[in-house]
Design a protein around this ligand. Structure first.
Ligand code: ATR
Length: 273
């Protein structure tokens, strides 16, 4: 059994390390490898994958192919449909099926780090790009009734609010301080978490008791958002766990074993960062 991660570029992907660790751990005779697929070759790659004679049973899809994978699959599930992008593909009954495991990964990471996080009620999501969609799906699926999405480009936030209904409201970035008052969860989904970016000074101190601040960026592990929250005495959860957990459903589909995210895996991936 062979699986892949397809992207362009692909050399920085941590997925081969994650799946390789699990393959070894479970003694599975299979492989998981990175495949660099240029945009003009992606459709052809999918056509070949649909054939039962393909060497692959399925794989992961990453930047810049997630929307195309969603469009080219024979069948997508509800989560992928909400997000409008797919990151996990597999063949089943002669059809190429697709899902998006980012929403699952986000929620599973918080389940691991902060029991009861889904009862924090009000969430503030910073950013309205592709990653934000997955976070919002997870929040709505976990019962959040008040999800405030803030974005530099207001139309993108509004687009998400329109798509997700009454639970999701759009705001300009300037509304942040006010929205954080009494909020339970803050999620950064923008690239501002990345090393070297300038992050605004944020006052998290008015968040409710038990509040949690998390970032989907994991390089660095402690982003400037998390650093500020910690300095203000607010609990934080880093984003590496989302990367690890989002890999679980794919591995189970392709190799038939549900793998576990544990400290050994985390250490292996962290040391490779
Ligand atoms: P991803 O798929 O990783 O979410 P994306 O779709 O390009 O990537 O979205 C990037 C997000 O970071 C967007 O919310 C973007 O805001 P805009 O929609 O206004 O572009 C946000 N972002 C990136 N750079 C930013 C900056 N300097 N200040 C504020 N927001 C920024």
């Amino acid at each position: 059994m062979h699986a892949f991660v397809a992207g362009h570029p692909i050399n920085h992907s941590k997925s081969p390390l994650i799946h390789g660790t699990w393959l070894k751990r479970h003694g599975i005779e299979g492989s998981y490898r990175a495949v660099d697929v240029a945009p003009q070759d992606f459709e052809d790659f999918i056509v070949k994958l649909k054939s039962p004679s393909s060497e692959f049973v399925g794989g992961n899809i990453t930047i810049p192919h997630k929307e195309n994978a969603f469009a080219l699959a024979d069948e997508v599930d509800e989560t992928a449909d909400y997000i409008g992008a797919a990151n996990t593909l597999w063949r089943e009954n002669g059809r190429l099926k697709a899902t998006n495991t980012d929403a699952y990964g986000f929620a599973a990471n918080l389940d691991e780090k902060s029991t009861g996080w889904q009862n924090l009620e009000t969430a503030v999501v910073y950013g309205a790009g592709g990653a934000s969609r997955a976070v919002i799906v997870a929040l709505v699926q976990r019962g959040f009734r008040n999800v405030h999405v803030l974005n530099r480009t207001m139309e993108r936030a509004q687009g998400l609010a329109d798509r997700f209904g009454a639970a999701v409201q759009a705001h300009p970035l300037g509304a942040l301080d006010e929205l954080l008052q009494g909020a339970g969860l803050f999620v950064n989904t923008t690239s501002l978490g990345l090393e070297g970016e300038t992050v605004p000074q944020i006052d998290f101190s008015g968040m409710r008791q038990g509040a949690l601040v998390t970032d989907i960026v994991y390089v660095p592990l402690k982003t400037a958002f998390l650093q500020q929250a910690e300095e203000q005495g607010i609990k934080t959860a880093d984003g590496l766990g989302m990367l690890l957990h989002q890999a679980v459903p794919g591995f189970e589909k392709w190799f038939g074993v549900r793998p576990v995210v544990d400290s050994e895996l985390r250490n292996i991936v962290e040391s490779a960062m």
